[in-house]
Write a protein that binds this ligand. Structure first.
Ligand code: BYC
Length: 318
């Protein structure tokens, strides 16, 4: 293709982004747009899949049958989200095998939050309320992302995450209406999950290498700091309503800004976790690798069945 032709395609592409049109899999797109989307969508998919582990660990220890049914369904939902997102990434010309290899080799990132341990039952409340709450804040904005398959996957994901957020908050509410020991357990879970939840939104805008270009392409519709602020503003009154205290001495309503001011995030901890040195990074990847190896026979059987079926259909057709 000549330079002139590429320039004209680029102009047309930029115009479509400016018009808020969705870009679809077969449309022309700049190579960097395609690669950036594969990076973000696959990181998002990996986060959903690795994110099944901290809660999955509590399925056998739920306090009641009703809690168990809800937690089982939630963890299954997260697996489903991972599958829609892998499918969305595949439309950009990368195979599922490559995506999984990138996760298992440690080359691809997944959300830092899932490298923290879930120590008590109250953590199931804190994860649903805070982690799913932070995820929805980000994902509702992504419904309007420019890439069609990613945007459409977000619609269903957001509906399910919103249910997850409520079930988590309801666990916290029940604990706060319980004994002193249960209230202490809820507060301890909030103390441990609050700061890692704020880190989920990524580095400060000034230190985020990808935000500017992703905002121009309308891949990201809000910046990391905008989403983090919206999450704090939404969550503080929810904590106060049930008698929980946010573990931040600098947290204060700023009447002029009409937002909460909040304390400093430990960015060194954030980068340690992102770069593989969090409390559970090793354990999480080992669990995924083991699941992949244990599932090899299922993939082989499914492929053999698909090949047999394809051959039969071919023979019938000729
Ligand atoms: N953790 O320039 P930046 C869920 C990386 S799961 C790890 O701001 P970007 C759930 C970033 O990738 C849903 N890495 O990047 C499941 C980049 O590295 P590379 C989770 C992080 O992409 C189970 C570098 O730092 N949600 O709901 O513009 C149970 C510089 O950052 C993190 C999503 O995945 C982090 N926290 O913005 C419960 C949302 N933050 O790739 C719930 C989709 C940054 O250049 N993703 N990095 O090497 C996004 O919206 C964006 O990718 C981010 C980062 C806001 C996370």
């Amino acid at each position: 293709m000549s330079e002139m032709e590429i320039k004209s395609l680029e102009e047309r592409f930029n115009q479509r982004i400016a018009n808020d049109e969705k870009i679809e899999a077969k449309d022309w797109m700049p190579e960097k747009y395609r690669k950036t989307h594969i990076r973000q969508i696959s990181q998002h998919a990996h986060s959903e899949i690795v994110g099944m582990l901290p809660e999955g660990n509590w399925i056998t220890r739920c306090p009641t049958l009703r809690r168990k049914v809800a937690l089982l369904a939630k963890v299954q939902d997260e697996g489903g989200h991972g599958l829609y997102l892998y499918s969305a990434a595949e439309t950009l010309g990368i195979s599922r095998e490559e995506l999984i290899d990138q996760l298992l080799s440690g080359e691809a990132k997944y959300s830092s939050i899932f490298n923290y341990p879930a120590l008590t039952w109250a953590d199931m409340g804190a994860i649903g309320w805070l982690v799913d709450g932070a995820a929805i804040m980000n994902q509702v904005a992504l419904i309007n992302t420019s890439y069609g398959p990613y945007s459409r996957a977000m619609i269903r994901i957001c509906k399910e995450e919103s249910f997850h957020q409520r079930q988590g908050y309801e666990i916290m509410m029940a604990l706060m209406n319980g004994t002193q020991e249960q209230r202490d357990m809820a507060q301890d879970a909030l103390n441990r999950w609050w700061w890692p939840s704020l880190m989920m939104f990524g580095p400060r805008d000034a230190e985020s290498p990808n935000t500017e270009q992703s905002m121009r392409w309308k891949l990201k519709r809000k910046t990391n700091d905008e989403l983090r602020q919206a999450f704090v503003d939404q969550t503080v009154p929810q904590a106060e309503l049930i008698g929980l205290r946010i573990p931040d001495d600098k947290l204060k309503w700023n009447e002029e800004r009409k937002h909460y001011d909040f304390g400093d995030i430990d960015w060194e901890e954030f980068w340690q976790v992102v770069n593989g040195h969090g409390p559970c990074n090793k354990q999480r990847l080992e669990a995924r690798r083991k699941a992949h190896e244990d599932g090899a026979w299922v993939r082989d059987a499914a492929m053999a069945y698909a090949e047999k079926h394809a051959n039969k259909t071919y023979r019938q057709a000729v």
